[in-house]
Design a binder for this molecule. Structure first.
Ligand SMILES: [Zn+2]
Length: 68
């Protein structure tokens, strides 16, 4: 929630920038996967606000297969 407020409820994905007051459409995303690491999990610098379509779309694809 701190992350969403800091980012003014705006998707941080480059080229998206969707702004919504509907927090069910926003996700606090970990830039670096925390893999259970508490410091990374709570580190605000490691968190960014993404809208659902970006979180479930480009980001997931990027992590899954876009190496190039
Ligand atoms: Zn977005």
């Amino acid at each position: 929630m701190e992350t969403l407020k800091r980012d003014r409820f705006t998707c941080q994905w480059p080229g998206c920038g969707l702004m919504t007051g509907d927090t069910s459409q926003l996700v606090a995303d970990h830039r670096e996967p925390h893999r259970g690491n508490e410091r990374l999990f709570w580190d605000l610098a490691n968190l960014q606000t993404l809208c659902k379509p970006c979180h479930d779309g480009p980001k997931a694809k990027l992590e899954a297969r876009y190496g190039a």
